[in-house]
Design a protein around this ligand. Structure first.
Ligand SMILES: Nc1ncnc2c1ncn2[C@@H]1O[C@H](COP(=O)(O)OS(=O)(=O)O)[C@@H](OP(=O)(O)O)[C@H]1O
Ligand SMILES: Nc1ncnc2c1ncn2[C@@H]1O[C@H](COP(=O)(O)OP(=O)(O)O)[C@@H](O)[C@H]1O
Length: 366
């Protein structure tokens, strides 16, 4: 007897066999479909162990194929005990809720959601976090959702993967299946720059935005916190024209790096000068998208808020070169989004998210 610890996808194979969507037979890799098992020896039956090393099924080997110093084995699979529950069990094959058709299957982390409330099929690739995010995103958008466990055969199918998944999903859920495909590329990175006076609400909105995107987007989100930037990245810099230019240049450099690697960077410096914002836009445009958000709370409102007492000090001449009082704030004329003070931070985040997804604005449901 040989033990074989199943991979996440091979566990899906068993799940589909139990649900009746896959033949209950292990196959050789040269045969289409089924579970292909490579084991160190081909003597006798193979015991299949789950992720906790519990024996869950047995393969009675009827065919073998040598491969370097291992063997591929094939034969009927017998389930020995119920499989441990999979994530979102209620949505998986075998849970037998009828689905209206046609259903759309999302392939890839950023596949656009269809309009309306058409049923969606999310693929479980074995990444629990990605699955949770995809299901949450689709359910929040009001779609009935089912989860299709990716079988090992789909992963082996190369370019044919999407077709294998669609065919099996159609079988598993009894509906015709359309595909919505996306593959994330480097150019998907985004930099959001929130600019505005001190106290305008940049940090509050930036935090709200980061929180929302961490749930709704499949991209990694980096919040370049203002205080942290000044304390670490720009330590030693003050508020002279040149120091501010350098501060925002550094923020732009880090943010562009995040975008270059496919992430979302959110930054919220005052960024008072047109030239520094243009420089950041130009730098980011080479690697991803740049979204300029003007938090346009008027000076009187910011000054009335004066949370840190800085405006009072600036008025009293105790702080020199204070933006809006004794240093200029050059109003942006090229903002992608303008946030007025009548919007709540949540409404402001909504607007920004819409502006971030111009190509398929239903990708982020608001
Ligand atoms: N002279 C002067 N002018 C403007 N702001 C001042 C100044 N001195 C200190 N502070 C505090 O520093 C925060 C602004 O830093 P930033 O890095 O965002 O500014 S800049 O983009 O480099 O212009 C800003 O914080 P926020 O209120 O969060 O905007 C101020 O609290
Ligand atoms: N609609 C609003 N949007 C954002 N902040 C608001 C709003 N209304 C009131 N505030 C308050 O204004 C202050 C803005 O501070 P902050 O977000 O730190 O601004 P900034 O980062 O631009 O200096 C916070 O105390 C926040 O609670």
């Amino acid at each position: 007897m040989t033990d074989h610890r199943l991979t996440a996808l091979q566990l899906h194979d068993l799940e589909l066999m139990v649900a009746g969507s896959l033949e209950p037979v292990a196959t050789l890799p040269s045969e289409p479909g089924g579970m292909a098992l490579q084991v160190p020896s081909a003597d006798g039956p193979v015991m299949l162990l789950d992720r906790e090393s519990t024996p869950v099924a047995r393969v009675d080997v009827v065919a073998t194929q040598a491969d370097d110093d291992a063997w591929w084995v094939a034969g009927p699979v017998t389930l020995l005990r119920p499989l441990a529950a999979f994530d979102f069990a209620r949505l998986r094959p075998g849970a037998s809720q009828p689905l209206s058709e046609p259903a759309t299957m999302l392939i890839g982390d950023t596949a656009p959601l269809p309009r309306g409330d058409a049923p969606l099929i999310v693929v479980d690739t074995g990444d629990a976090r990605a699955l949770a995010r995809a299901v949450t995103r689709a359910e929040r958008a009001g779609h009935p959702v089912r989860v299709m466990p990716e079988p090992s055969a789909a992963a082996r199918a190369g370019d044919g993967r999407a077709d294998v998944l669609a065919r099996l999903a159609s079988l598993a859920f009894g509906v015709s299946v359309e595909l919505s495909v996306s593959e994330q590329s480097v150019g998907d990175g985004i930099v959001v720059l929130l600019t505005g006076l001190s106290g305008s609400g940049k940090s509050t909105i930036a935090k709200e935005l980061a929180q929302r995107l961490r749930v709704e987007s499949d991209q990694h989100v980096t919040l370049l916190d203002g205080d942290e930037v000044r304390a670490v990245l720009s330590t030693g810099l003050g508020f002279s024209h040149d120091d501010r230019m350098m501060n925002v240049r550094r923020i732009g450099w880090v943010a562009a790096l995040v975008a270059e690697h496919g992430g979302i960077a959110i930054s919220a410096p005052i960024a008072p000068y047109e030239a520094m914002r243009a420089e950041m836009r130009e730098r980011v445009a080479k690697v991803g998208r740049f979204v300029l958000v003007h938090v346009a709370t008027p000076l009187e409102v910011c000054e009335a808020r004066d949370r840190k007492g800085l405006y009072a000090k600036a008025r009293a001449g105790l702080i020199k070169e204070f933006t809006g009082i004794s240093d200029p704030y050059e109003q942006p004329t090229d903002a992608d989004v303008v946030i007025t003070e009548d919007l709540s931070p949540a409404q402001a985040a909504d607007r920004i998210i819409r502006a971030m997804a111009p190509r398929h604005d239903l990708e982020y449901q608001i």
